[in-house]
Structure formats: C-alpha cells, structure tokens
Design a protein around this ligand. Structure first.
Ligand SMILES: C[S@@+](CC[C@H](N)C(=O)[O-])C[C@H]1O[C@@H](n2cnc3c(N)ncnc32)[C@H](O)[C@@H]1O
Length: 392
C-alpha cells in the first residue's frame, strides 16, 4: 500500500490500535495484521478475541479494507487497571477527544463488562459519556451532544475484571459482514472463520480447491477473493473511520477504485458443491454479487460420493458440514463417515473442516487412518466448534 503513504505524507502520526477477532483465531489475525502492515517480530500482542499493535493512522484504512480475519478495528485511547467507577471517570476524562470528535459531531459510548463488579455496563457507559463531555468542555469550552441511535463517533469501553480499555471504533458494524451476501444460508459460516480456514489450508491459489458442502458459498467466495487479491472491504458502503476528523479529506471513491485496481481477473480452480439446488442457487447469487462467479464452478452434488462429481484432482478441501443441530445423530455420523471415506480415495489432499460435532469427526478421521495435523477450538457465533486439519 505504498501510495497510502503518498496520500498521508511520510511523517504520518503513529497510534496504538486494537482489533477484535473471533475467539480461537487470534494468532491468525495477528499474522494477518503483521503481514498487511509489514510489522516484524512479536509486536502484535494477542489476548482473548483481540490483538493490539502500534500502527500509522493510514493503516486504519488498510486494515478496514483488507483484513479478512478482523471484526472491528479501534484506536486505543486507554488501557489501564481500575478499582472503581470513579477510576473509570478519571481515566476517561484525562483523554483529549478533539482528534476524534469534531465540535458538530454527536457521539455514543458502547460499554461491555466481564467479571464481578458492583456496577453495570450501563453505569460505565454513563460515566464515560459524562467524562467525554467534561473533558471536551474543559479543553474546548464546547458541550458535545450524545446520539445513541446514529452517532457520528462511537467510543467503546470494555472492562474485563480490572482492566479497562477505551477505544474509538473505526469500522462501524463488524467487518465480517462483507456486504456481498444477497442470499443468507440458514447455517452460514462467518466470513472471518472461512478466511481463517483457508489460511490454515496453505492453499497456493493455483491448485484445485473444493468446498463439497458449500451452502451459500462463503468458503469458495472467500477463496476467490484471496486468489484475486480483492479487498473484502470494497463491498461495504460504510466505515466509521470516514467520519473521524483525521480522515475527512480522504476521497473514498478514489480510494476504492485504487484498491479495486489491485485485483486480478485470472481464473482459479475453485469448486463449490452442495446437495441442495436451492442453496446452490443462493451461492451462485452470492458469487455474482461479489463479482467472482467467473472463477468458481458450482455443481449440485453429493459429498459422500465426491469422485463422481469432480473432474479434477483437488489439493485442498475446505468445508463446513452440517453440525447436526437439526439432524438425527446417527445420520450425522453416517454423513461424516461417508464424506471422510470418499475424500480418503483422493491422494495428497489437505482437508480443513469446521464442526461443532468434532468428537464424531475426530473418531471418523482416526477410523479412516488419516493424519490429523492441526486442531483448534473456535467460537462460531455461540457454538463451541473445532477446526480440524488432516491429510490423505
Ligand atoms: C453448514 S451448511 C454450509 C454453510 C456454508 N458454509 C455457508 O456459509 O453458507 C452445510 C451444507 O451442507 C449441505 N449438505 C448436506 N449433506 C450434503 C451432502 N451429502 N453432499 C453435499 N452437501 C451436503 C447442506 O445442504 C448445507 O448447505
């Protein structure tokens, strides 16, 4: 992103940022941040569901448009230990908000709390809101207005046990909502988890890639976006950073067309298969909406007889089979069994699977004598799930 430094000049101010991600993929999010921002070594700190790092202001734009595993990106204003609500007020009041909220803008405080405290998250939001108004009044002689429905700027506070974090939301709604989905599969996978699974597969973009239970197409679409170097943010109409005073002079249309010009239009061998013609129709609509339908072959087919439906040798299979929530347990076991044994027939394949029924999947992988090379627990929505990677 060299031209971003042209836009901002070489002496761009640096700042502390943090980003939220899905629980279980924090290391992949840290790796992605390091590679997008060219950060070396261990300068990205990982905590549960979050990564912290130092970056330039322009990196806020890069991350919002280009990250595939992050949910929201924040400017870190404070990170301190507290004992009481009055500590929270004192810390929030000591911050200078003039770089983040213009006089004519309205703000809202969103608060979250985990642990045991003798006050609620509503109390935190109230106290921090007052502290922001008081701080601004002291430094600018101006009383800021609050708008809880449609604020220009959202200040986020998180208290986990004794640790308080205050930040400015630069993303708005979560980045996993890419905005290309026109068909919502009832059991759709989060795009961030799909991207993480593709990273774990070490797919090289050139060899055959299949999702044999593709549903609404999330995994194959994310694979196509990666292969084509398409910024997943280009489909969004809104980012919160556009309202921050430091970015008001950035021409968003220009930025978007520059990012789009970095994409390639090459063909990649990606296939999406599903047993349901209805879901497949939805997947095609989603791929068209993302502009990658010309590099994904969609087929109605049965993952239990994969060989009958594919006409090339895939090197990577990434899939999100049914979890069995609306399915009889024995049918789920049978589906997993038949799928794994049909995949076993294909040589030299890396398979990445996400499932909440990981005990069943692990048993069958072991019964099929496949080599389990990686396993990690992740949270998919509220469901405890596991990503398993194994080879034939
Ligand atoms: C959890 S959903 C996949 C959702 C998808 N990852 C998305 O984000 O939209 C599982 C899919 O597996 C499909 N499926 C179930 N049994 C199948 C089989 N034997 N062969 C192929 N697809 C199957 C279902 O139709 C369903 O769409």
């Amino acid at each position: 992103m060299r031209w971003l430094s042209d836009l901002f000049g070489v002496n761009m101010p640096s700042t502390y940022l943090f980003a939220t991600t899905d629980i279980g993929i924090e290391d992949l999010a840290a790796k992605e941040v390091s590679s997008l921002l060219n950060i070396r070594g261990t300068s990205v700190e990982i905590t549960t569901g979050r990564v912290y790092f130092r970056a330039k202001e322009s990196d806020i734009i890069t991350l919002n448009y280009w990250s595939r595993t992050l949910n929201k990106i924040y400017i870190l204003l404070a990170r301190e230990g507290i004992e009481s609500l009055s500590d929270i007020y004192r810390i929030a009041k000591s911050i200078d908000y003039t770089a983040y909220i213009a006089k004519n803008q309205r703000f809202a405080v969103r608060a979250e709390r985990h642990g045991f405290h003798n006050f609620t998250s509503i109390d935190i939001a109230r106290v921090v809101g007052q502290a922001i108004i008081d701080s601004y009044l002291d430094s600018q002689g101006h009383r800021l207005k609050v708008d809880l429905e449609e604020p220009d700027v959202e200040i986020y506070c998180m208290l986990r046990n004794q640790e308080l974090i205050i930040g400015v939301n630069t993303s708005g709604f979560s980045l996993h909502k890419r905005n290309y989905r026109v068909y919502n599969h009832p059991a759709a996978l989060k795009t961030t988890l799909a991207a993480a699974m593709i990273m774990l597969s070490n797919w090289d973009s050139k060899s055959g890639f299949i999702d044999p239970m593709c549903g609404g197409g999330t995994i194959v679409i994310e694979a196509a976006l990666i292969a084509r170097n398409i910024a997943p943010g280009i489909y969004r109409k809104q980012f919160a950073f556009t309202k921050l005073p430091m970015f008001t002079y950035v021409d968003m249309d220009d930025l978007k067309s520059k990012f789009m010009s970095l994409a390639n239009t090459s063909y990649y061998p990606i296939e999406g298969i599903d047993i349901s013609p209805y879901h497949l129709e939805g997947a095609i609509m989603n791929a068209m909406s993302a502009g990658v339908d010309d590099t994904i072959v969609f087929k109605v087919g049965d993952a239990r007889k994969l060989r009958d439906y594919i006409d090339f040798e895939p090197r990577v299979i990434v899939t999100n089979p049914p979890y069995g929530i609306r399915m009889h347990h024995r049918n789920l076991q049978k589906l997993y069994h038949d799928f794994i044994f049909s995949v076993k027939e294909i040589p030299d394949v890396t398979i990445v699977v996400i499932t909440a029924a990981s005990r069943e999947m692990r048993q069958i992988v072991s019964k099929a004598d496949l080599e389990l090379v990686h396993a990690r627990k992740v949270l998919h929505g509220k469901l405890n799930s596991e990503i398993l990677v194994f080879n034939t």
